[in-house]
Write a protein that binds this ligand. Structure first.
Ligand code: HPA
Ligand code: ZN
Length: 346
């Protein structure tokens, strides 16, 4: 196996598009394309505050995380029935398979649906059924990570966990998302301790807009195994050393960071710096319907902006499998496929 074989620059986009990879940071509600939002609104008789697909899409101009979240939660309001959750997940997995995503770990936000009277069983059964069908029909594996909304209370997170426990065999882990500033990880110390005792994998958004201190407490208080985003870690040399030494993966989302103004442009993104410091960084799409790109768009645009090469591509794809929560023998099969791809690519 020789992933270091040089690849001509003009062949790189093709390599990136065909390379096997895993996606570890995708909010499934963030994969709802405007066309599907309108179709589901019509099917369910939900009124939308936008007259057309074009008008909705033109509202996708964000200045920060909160300006995005307001529109993202409004878009999710069309999801009411199990079939809606199925159709959304099916559409994402079809699209991901085209990008040579072999495995995906999907975040979902049950609290935003339960606030509209949708039951936990409706949400989880729809998502899970789409994952099962996609494995058979598309060969892509997918698992579910329940996210707690950090702008709500820890008590509400506990209630959500309680409601999810009857479905725990359909969940691989828990996460923490929504508005970061003012909602530090330690707000959820007890519920994450409970999830850990229950055997759930744990991840949390930290260091997207929030300070390095939030990444520290995600690690030390929540005991997360991966950090979502984490790009602000580069402001803290001791934190960078910790992340590298403990091989804590970061699920980086370059187009999301661009659209939410975390970096002024992709050329200023710090992904190369994270990789150079030996961190287990991965590339992901976050909310692809809102940020203008799925996995391969994130790869090709970031590689062009930062002039990354085939060695970086191999590292990022390998990291995505290493950082996943797939069981060890399945992981090895994916890594074997990745190695074979790099050996035979021309
Ligand atoms: N950050 C926090 N919460 C989110 C995001 C994100 O990028 N996407 C969907 N919910
Ligand atoms: Zn996210």
């Amino acid at each position: 196996m020789n992933p270091l074989k040089p690849v001509a620059a003009e062949r790189l986009p093709d390599l990136l598009r065909r390379m096997p990879k895993a996606e570890l940071h995708i909010h499934i509600e963030g994969s709802l394309e405007p066309e599907l939002i309108f179709a589901l609104a019509q099917r369910n008789g939900v009124a939308l505050p936008y007259a057309s697909v074009e008008e909705l899409r033109s509202a996708y101009a964000f200045t920060n995380l909160q300006s995005f979240l307001d529109i993202y939660y409004a878009g999710a309001s069309v999801l009411l029935k199990e079939q809606d959750f199925y159709d959304m997940t099916r559409a994402y997995l079809l699209r991901a398979a085209q990008d040579k995503v072999l495995h995906a770990e999907l975040f979902f936000d049950p609290q935003t649906h339960m606030a509209r009277g949708v039951g936990m069983e409706t949400v989880i059964n729809g998502l899970h059924r789409a994952c099962v069908d996609a494995k058979v029909e598309l060969g892509i594996s997918a698992s579910l990570i329940l996210c707690f909304l950090r702008h709500l209370s820890e008590e509400e997170a506990f209630e959500t966990l309680e409601k999810a426990l009857p479905f725990r065999d359909k969940l691989i882990g828990v996460g923490l998302d929504s508005g970061e500033l003012g909602n530090p990880p330690e707000k959820f110390a007890r519920v994450f301790a409970r999830c850990r005792a229950l055997g759930f994998h744990r991840v949390a958004h930290a260091g997207e807009e929030g300070p390095p201190a939030y990444v520290w407490t995600a690690l030390d208080v929540l005991k997360v195994e991966r950090v979502d985003h984490g790009v602000q870690a580069s402001q803290d040399a001791a934190l960078m050393q910790r992340l590298a030494a403990d091989r804590i993966p970061l699920t980086v989302c370059p187009l999301s960071n661009l659209k939410l103004c975390v970096f002024p442009n992709l050329a200023h993104h710090n992904l190369r710096q994270l990789l150079d410091a030996g961190l287990v960084a991965t590339i992901n799409s976050d909310d692809p319907a809102y940020f203008g790109g799925y996995m391969n768009d994130n790869f090709t645009q970031t590689f062009a902006a930062l002039t990354l090469n085939a060695r970086h591509a191999y590292t990022l794809a390998r990291n995505s499998f290493e950082a996943s929560f797939i069981e060890a023998s399945a992981r090895q099969l994916y890594v074997d496929r990745l190695n074979e791809f790099f050996e035979t690519f021309q």
